[in-house]
Design a protein around this ligand. Structure first.
Ligand SMILES: [Zn+2]
Ligand SMILES: [Zn+2]
Length: 233
C-alpha cells in the first residue's frame, strides 16, 4: 500500500480501476484527486483556461477576452499557447502553498503522470525546456525553484538562459508601466537558432510573466514558444 503524498492517508488495498490505470507511481489518493479539477475542452486556444467556466461576454470566438487583449498588444504572437493541467481551485491553492511556500518538495510527483501526458499531447516537438527563473533571493528563501522542479519531470533537456532582473516593488507602478517593464535578461552560450522551446511555470495568472519571458527569447532567436503550467487561475 502507498500513502497519499498529500493527505498521507493510506490507499485502500482494493484498487479501483482508475487507480490501476494510474499505476503504482500515483501520488494522490482518490479522495484528494476528487478535489482536483483537471482542465478539459473546450478551453481558450491561447491560454488554455476552461471556456465552460467563463460567461459568454468573456469569450471571443475560441479565445478568452484576456487573450484577445494580449493579441492587440506588442506581445502579439510572442507565445503560441499555454496549456495548464488543473484549475487553481481551493485544493490547488493549498497544494501550492505547501509545495511552494512551505517547500514541501516531496509533493512534486503528485500529478506526474497527467503532467507528462499533457506534455506528450501538446509539446512533444519542442527542442528544449526553459523553466521560469526565480530571483536569487526567492530561490534562497525557498530552497528550490518550483518551475525547475516541474520541468525536471519532463523528458527534455532543460536549459536556463533567463535570469530575473531586479525590479522595484510592482505596487509602485501603474498598469502601463508594469506591462512595459522588463522582467528577464538573456544569457546563454549561443543565440537560439529558431528552436521550438517550452516555458514551464507553476501558475498562469495574467500571462504577463510568460509573455515577457517569450519576448526576450524571441529577441534572442527562439522559434515557436509555448508554455506549460501546472495550474490556471
Ligand atoms: Zn490523499
Ligand atoms: Zn485565453
Amino acid at each position: 500500500m502507498n500513502a497519499c503524498l498529500y493527505c498521507e492517508g493510506v490507499h485502500t488495498s482494493q484498487f479501483t480501476f482508475s487507480q490501476f490505470l494510474r499505476g503504482v507511481e500515483n501520488g494522490l489518493c482518490e479522495l484528494c484527486l476528487k478535489k482536483c479539477l483537471f482542465i478539459k475542452e473546450p478551453y481558450c486556444l491561447l491560454c488554455g483556461r476552461s471556456l465552460l467556466r467563463l460567461s459568454s461576454q468573456f469569450i471571443d470566438h475560441d479565445i478568452c477576452k484576456d487573450c484577445a487583449i494580449w493579441k492587440t498588444s506588442s506581445y502579439e504572437g510572442m507565445m503560441t499557447k499555454n496549456r495548464s493541467l488543473l484549475h487553481y481551485n481551493d485544493f490547488m491553492k493549498e497544494w501550492m502553498k505547501r509545495f511552494k511556500f512551505q517547500g514541501d518538495y516531496a509533493l512534486l510527483p503528485s500529478f506526474k503522470k497527467e503532467w507528462r501526458s499533457l506534455f506528450y499531447q501538446h509539446f512533444k516537438t519542442c527542442s528544449f525546456i526553459i523553466p521560469i527563473p526565480l530571483s536569487e533571493e526567492r530561490h534562497f528563501e525557498r530552497g528550490f525553484n518550483q518551475s525547475e522542479a516541474l520541468a525536471s519531470l519532463l523528458p527534455r533537456q532543460i536549459v536556463s538562459p533567463l535570469s530575473r532582473i531586479h525590479t522595484e516593488k510592482q505596487s509602485k507602478k501603474n498598469k502601463q508601466e508594469r506591462l512595459q517593464e522588463e522582467l528577464f535578461s538573456f544569457s546563454f552560450s549561443r543565440k537560439l537558432n529558431n528552436e521550438e522551446v517550452l516555458l514551464i511555470d507553476d501558475i498562469y495568472t495574467t500571462g504577463a510573466t510568460l509573455y515577457k519571458a517569450s519576448k526576450v527569447l524571441k529577441q534572442n532567436g527562439a522559434g515557436l514558444i509555448s508554455a506549460m503550467t501546472l495550474a490556471r487561475s
